[in-house]
Design a protein around this ligand. Structure first.
Ligand SMILES: Nc1nc2c(c(=O)[nH]1)N[C@H]1C(S)=C(S)[C@@H](COP(=O)(O)OP(=O)(O)OC[C@H]3O[C@@H](n4cnc5c(=O)[nH]c(N)nc54)[C@H](O)[C@@H]3O)O[C@H]1N2
Ligand SMILES: Nc1nc2c(c(=O)[nH]1)N[C@H]1C(S)=C(S)[C@@H](COP(=O)(O)OP(=O)(O)OC[C@H]3O[C@@H](n4cnc5c(=O)[nH]c(N)nc54)[C@H](O)[C@@H]3O)O[C@H]1N2
Ligand code: SF4
Ligand SMILES: [Mo]
Length: 745
């Protein structure tokens, strides 16, 4: 029997509507849902690979326990009991903080996991929490925490109505937008130009986005804060400041004007690589546009001044009158008001014993995880729980982290692959696939340019004896309380009751209440019509509550007193550190990353339809940089940084600024003990074997993944070496010392 199931794609932040065409148990095709109000039929190449994920023979379907280097299937009850016993034993021996948790990116695409994560975290009772947040967007969240009073109140470009978009360090033409949920970014960008608007891109690489923009300027990686500070200096000097309706809500305008005064375009031109006249032109055109928005993403986040540049971008939007106005940077109103449910964000209740970074929203910098494991002392990490994360490939100095994971006393992974990270676990608890569970996006509507809530039914019934993340979190938490006994016993009993209801049913109850209480609901007055879960379910293609609307000062949390702090003290102070970089010597060659259209972070290379064609893990290098090192197209090169070295083939490209090389991220497969047979054939090398775990943005603790100083040299082939007498490049030793050849048994 054939049928079509309409859902949202859970692979990236765009959350496109997809139509899954199924005959019996087989997926025939995955196409765009023409009637989805947000994506209108668009899908990218990755969506079809959801079918590969579903049928992947390497995907784990039942819990596994490792003994030495072999894996054995065990039952769920035994798995929860052993996982809890292992974690509790470490906590009894070394204290609660000896257990750490790491949450990866797919966690935020999973309704049950989001709703029940607090249950698991409460049971783990540790302050050692890490996640991909501090490899990604923490700088922007910290800016919102300081300026607007909540780390979840993020401004989003009103891309559908803007007349001018200044894009700094983002490549939405490929990434499809991040902290900006707007499917089919290539179309939306083209439409800006079609309606007479302008797009200016600042990027050390002529990215796919740069190629469809009106203007592109190369910049030296990591110097964007200088650029935007100089733009602001120019606008203050020109008296081009326009505050509009924001004027009565702002504190600190004068402080900002003084703080940026030293950053004249002339002062920053050499360091950024952008001429002073050009900086003035960009600033003036931006300020004079009828509605403009400056948008920065990964290239502004994963740099030493991540928080400061994200602040300056926000200030630029504010002082040009573009915050909270149509076509500018606006605040979405999601159907489930997640921010309303968590009105406060916290920082500094404890600090990292490694980097001294204050905790932010309960988390410590992911970059410090390996050191937490290796550094003796109170609070040393001796056990780890990973959830939907692959930090060995995704966090800096990943090979070092991999070695550190080997020394843990115990590790549990909630994941359906045995990959570079989870191969180190003692117990793996695999959830069902996205197509086997219900889905309602809780996180991405916070960044969506239109409010288009959508509930996704499962495509297939979950096979017998399988669990969703929600089920796993609840059962593991209950097992932890049972293991500990004492007062935790009561919590354990409550969780057993929740377990009996089932996480999916509990999730529906919570969602229904949250939708009713949200901005489109009936405010819990059943006699009034409004959004309910039943109404949403009845709308197969989702609903559309329109574009973002001006909402200040009402949306500012009460704690912030309805005011915007334009000049948070720590950010103003950081401008002095920024100023000192003007006299630093620039590294001759720096490395940045690339996100490709058919790679999704580190976990898509086992999906056959995403790895066809020539291998893509190659170093992109400017021909002049290659020539001066006697490197030719196709040569194998050795890239060396302070922390490591990898070898890959080179591709010459004048899309890069001279002095900048680029390597795709998410590769580095083929390790012993992994069970990713397709990915092993496209192993590549991990860029994070070159990044530096000690390099973090001091304010947010975010990892510095971009602008890594490197040297590149041609690998000498053994035959050539014999002829010339040169030393051949040694083959790298495998980083796994034990646990080799593990196979799911
Ligand atoms: N050098 C460099 N490093 C980077 C980046 C970069 O640009 N350059 N980008 C950073 C960014 S933005 C991010 S978000 C991080 C991502 O970093 P991580 O989240 O640590 O890594 P992912 O590659 O997303 O791996 C996701 C893991 O979740 C598993 N998984 C997938 N779906 C599910 C699911 O539904 N349930 C469960 N339980 N598991 C699932 C996969 O098998 C995989 O193990 O990487 C960061 N690392
Ligand atoms: N196809 C695909 N789509 C994805 C993902 C994926 O892996 N593959 N990952 C998803 C995730 S988790 C995220 S967080 C988003 C990220 O979404 P984006 O941030 O839009 O994606 P990136 O490709 O990381 O874009 C960063 C850009 O910054 C540039 N850059 C690097 N360093 C600097 C710098 O110092 N200054 C400036 N100005 N630019 C710099 C890079 O050349 C690159 O073009 O993408 C999401 N979408
Ligand atoms: S852009 Fe591609 S991966 Fe992202 S949600 Fe849309 S279809 Fe899925
Ligand atoms: Mo990300």
């Amino acid at each position: 029997m054939s049928r079509v199931v309409y859902r949202t794609c859970t692979l990236c932040e765009a959350c496109c509507g997809i139509a899954i065409h199924v005959s019996d148990d087989r997926i025939d095709a995955i196409t765009g849902d023409e009637q989805d109000p947000a994506s209108r039929g668009y899908v990218c190449a990755k969506a079809a690979a959801l079918a590969d994920l579903h049928s992947d023979p390497d995907r784990l379907r039942y819990p596994m326990r490792r003994r030495g280097s072999t894996w054995h299937r065990i039952g769920w009850d035994q798995a929860f009991a052993e996982a809890a016993a292992g974690l509790a034993a470490v906590q009894r021996k070394h204290g609660n903080d000896a257990v750490a948790s790491y949450f990866g990116e797919p966690f935020v695409h999973n309704t049950g996991a989001l709703l029940f994560s607090d249950v698991l975290l409460a049971a783990l009772a540790t302050t050692k929490r890490f996640s991909a947040n501090s490899l990604d967007q923490f700088p922007k969240q910290l800016v919102s925490h300081w300026m607007y009073g909540n780390g979840l109140l993020l401004s989003v470009p009103d891309v559908d109505r803007t007349g001018s978009m200044l894009i700094i360090g983002a490549n939405p033409a490929i990434s499809n937008g991040s902290l900006m949920t707007a499917p089919d970014m290539p179309r939306r960008l083209r439409e800006i130009r079609q309606r007479g608007g302008r797009i200016v891109v600042i990027d050390p690489r002529r990215s796919e986005t740069a190629r469809i923009a009106d203007e592109h300027h190369f910049i030296r990686p990591g110097t964007d804060a200088l650029l935007v500070a100089a733009m602001l200096q120019c606008l203050f000097a020109d008296k081009r400041i326009r505050l509009g309706h924001l004027a009565p809500m702002l504190d600190g305008l004068g402080t900002v004007a003084n703080a940026v005064a030293a950053f004249t375009p002339e002062a920053v031109a050499e360091r950024t690589g952008i001429a002073a006249g050009t900086i003035r032109d960009i600033a003036r055109a931006f300020a004079d546009a009828p509605a403009a928005v400056c948008y920065g993403r990964m290239g502004t986040s994963t740099v030493p001044f991540g928080t400061t540049i994200n602040w300056l971008i926000e200030v630029l939007n504010v002082v040009t009158g573009n915050l909270d106005r149509e076509g500018g940077a606006m605040f979405p109103s999601p159907a489930v008001d997640v921010m309303g449910l968590q009105p406060a964000s916290e920082r500094g209740r404890w600090t990292s014993r490694i980097s001294g970074t204050p905790e932010f929203m309960g988390e410590l910098p992911a970059a410090t995880l390996a050191s937490e494991i290796e550094t003796p002392g109170t609070g040393r990490t001796r056990a780890l729980v990973t959830i939907a994360g692959n930090p060995v490939l995704s966090s800096p100095a990943g090979r070092h982290l991999s070695d550190a994971l080997e020394t843990l006393e115990f590790m549990v992974s909630i994941d359906f692959y045995l990959n570079e990270t989870t191969r180190h676990a003692d117990i793996v608890l695999p959830p069902v696939t996205p197509l086997e569970r219900e889905q309602f996006d809780l996180v991405f509507p916070l960044f969506a340019v239109r409010a288009t809530p959508r509930w996704s039914p499962p495509v297939f019934d979950a096979p017998p004896d399988t669990r969703t993340e929600g089920d796993i979190f609840i059962a593991l938490a209950a097992a932890l309380y049972r293991e500990r006994g004492g007062t935790g016993h009561v919590a354990g009993l409550a969780l057993q009751a929740l377990d009996a209801i089932g996480s999916t049913r509990a999730m529906r109850l919570v969602l229904d209440a949250a939708l009713r209480a949200g901005p489109y609901g009936n405010g819990l007055r059943p006699w009034k019509s409004g959004l309910t879960l039943a109404r949403l379910k009845a709308a197969a293609h989702g609903m559309d509550f329109g574009p973002m609307r001006p909402c200040l000062p009402e949306r500012l949390p009460r704690r912030a007193g309805g005011r915007i702090d334009l000049a948070p003290q720590e950010l103003v102070a950081d401008l002095q550190r920024l100023h000192r970089t003007l006299t630093h010597d620039a590294a001759p060659l720096v490395l940045i990353g690339i996100r490709e259209a058919r790679t999704l972070n580190s976990w898509s290379h086992n999906l056959p339809r995403l790895v066809t064609g020539p291998d893509r893990c190659v170093l992109h290098m400017h021909p002049d940089d290659a020539a001066s090192r006697t490197i030719a197209a196709g040569d194998r090169v050795r890239i060396t940084s302070r922390t490591g070295a990898v070898e890959v083939p080179v591709r010459l490209s004048d899309n890069l600024a001279p002095g900048v090389v680029a390597l795709p991220h998410g590769y580095g497969h083929g390790n012993d003990g992994t069970w990713l047979r397709v990915a092993a054939g496209h192993a590549g090398a991990s860029i994070n074997d070159l990044t530096d775990a000690e390099a973090i943005d001091p304010l947010s603790g975010n990892a510095v993944l971009s602008g890594v100083p490197v040297s590149v040299e041609r690998c000498v082939h053994p035959d050539d070496a014999q002829r010339s007498g040169a030393q051949p490049t040694p083959k790298r030793a495998s980083s796994v010392r034990r646990k080799s050849d593990a196979k799911p048994g």
